[in-house]
Each structure stands twice: as C-alpha cells, then as structure tokens.
Design a protein around this ligand. Structure first.
Ligand code: SAH
Length: 254
C-alpha cells in the first residue's frame, strides 16, 4: 500500500459544516495533525486517532513548517492513515498547495478534501450574498498579511467592482482603510467584520470604509475575523428582502 496523506478542510468552526468526505477521512485516520483554528469538536469523528496539534498562529509559539512536513512523511511511510486537518479550506491561505507538492515530490499520495472557507461561511452566516445580481459581479479573496510584506495592488482591488473578502486583516485595518481610500473606493462603502464565523460566539460589526477602524476598536474586534467590503456588506436578512430577491422561506421575510 502506498503512503498517503489526506489534506482536509475542517470548515470555519461549526461541526455541521464539515463535509461528508472530511468525516470519512477522519473516521479512517490513525493520526490527525490539527491547526489551531480547527474546532476540536470535529475530533469526535476520530476518537481512536492520535491527535497532534501543530498550530501556528501569527505571533504565537509556532511549529516550523519543515517539522510538520517531516511528521506527515514519517507517519505516512509507516503505513499510517494521516489526516492533516486545517481550518476552512486547505487551499485558501492554508498552505495546502505547498504541503501537497512537498509530499508528492517524495512519492506520497495526497488527497485534498474541500472545506468551507471562513470568508464564504462568515458572509453567508450574516446573510451577506457575496455576489448579487446587479450589485456585485464577483468576489475577491485576499490576505492582508504576507510573509514577505509584498504589497497588494490596492488600487486595482478598490476599483475591481467585486466584493472584497479580506483574511488576516484585524491587525491591518488602518492600512486596508487607507489603501482602499487612496485607491478610489468611496468612503461610505459598506463593511462587515465577522469574528468567529459560524461558531456560537460569532459576532458581527457593520460599518463603512471610513469608520471601520474606529468601529472595530469600539467593538473590540479580535482575530479570527474576516472583513467583507463592498455594497453587499450592507445586506442583512431584512435588506435581502428589500432587494427584491425571491422569497426562499419565511425567515427571509423578517
Ligand atoms: N484556510 C482557512 C484560512 C486560514 S488563514 C480558511 O479557508 O478559512 C486564517 C484567517 O482565516 C484568520 O486570520 C481569519 O481571517 C480567517 N478565519 C479563519 N477562521 C475564521 C472564523 N471562524 N471566523 C472568521 N475568520 C476566520
């Protein structure tokens, strides 16, 4: 049997947002390496597996990436069923691409399993349609935090006409605001800041571009949070109805 690693997305936090395939992988796992954004409640699907926490949140004590790579390789070569479990989707700001490549170069089979990424989950949980006919023709996922401090093309983002979903932005609110304003985005562009999306302690703070930093401060916004910037960020359950979307159930008529 050839060595194999599953790179699995655990979704944004709510255990009911796990995919059936992720549950199957967890049930088969001998070893599960988990990131710290994974809700440990999902581990109920792998009660017998060995759980290894390899989280590495910005600013905290971290597990070096090379160590994680070697750990996966060692267990896989020993014939263990290895699941690398990541918050959200493994391939959205999750190093899924680089881990898969590293393992494949060493002859390990890799199976990638989608998870619901935090940006999409957070928006939907707050009744924000990231795309909306006549309002937002697309959505752009970006990270505000780059390892090499390389800069995004903020002007292009400001003028893209797409909804922006920004990951890892809590410590960069001032820069995001300034760059988007400098790039020509309107001061009253709606903003939603969503903390702990899909978890029982989810919180949302609605604002507009020019006030987002002050409002986040008053709200004591903390990581993990995503920012949704664009006209659709003004939508709430009731305004969806006002936009004249087809009724999908009584909850949309609130
Ligand atoms: N692979 C993950 C993203 C990892 S990067 C995914 O697809 O969701 C880490 C960032 O994701 C955090 O800084 C935050 O911006 C976002 N994030 C992860 N989980 C979140 C949650 N439950 N609520 C809000 N943001 C979250």
């Amino acid at each position: 049997m050839s060595a194999k690693v599953w790179l699995v997305g655990a979704g944004p936090g709510d255990p009911e947002l796990l995919t059936l395939k992720a549950v199957r992988a967890l049930r088969e796992a001998d070893v599960v390496l988990i990131d710290d954004l994974v809700n440990e409640a999902v581990l109920e699907h792998c009660p017998a597996a060995r759980i290894i926490a390899v989280g590495k949140r910005g600013g905290c004590r971290s597990t070096p990436q090379a160590f994680i790579h070697r750990l996966m390789l060692r267990y896989a070569r020993n014939g263990k069923c290895v699941v690398r479990l990541k918050g959200g989707d493994p391939c959205i700001f999750g190093r899924g691409g680089e881990e898969a490549q590293w393992l494949r170069e060493r002859g390990v089979d890799v199976e990638l399993v989608n998870g619901i990424t935090a940006g999409l989950a957070g928006a939907t949980q707050c009744a924000i349609p990231l795309t909306l006919r006549g309002v937002a023709r697309g959505v752009t996922l970006v990270t505000a935090h780059t390892q090499d401090d390389s800069s995004l093309n903020w002007q292009a983002l400001a003028q893209s006409g797409t909804t922006l979903v920004i990951y890892m932005g809590v410590a960069k609110l001032s820069e995001i605001r300034e760059q988007l304003l400098a790039g020509g985005m309107a001061i009253n562009t709606p903003v939603a800041m969503i903390e702990n999306a899909s978890l029982p302690h989810q919180r949302e703070c609605r604002s507009v571009l020019t006030n987002m930093e002050d409002d986040a401060y008053s709200f004591a916004l903390k990581s993990p949070a995503i920012l949704v910037i664009g006209a659709v960020a003004a939508c709430k359950t009731s305004s969806l109805w006002e936009h004249g979307l087809p009724a999908m159930g009584s909850e949309h008529t609130a």
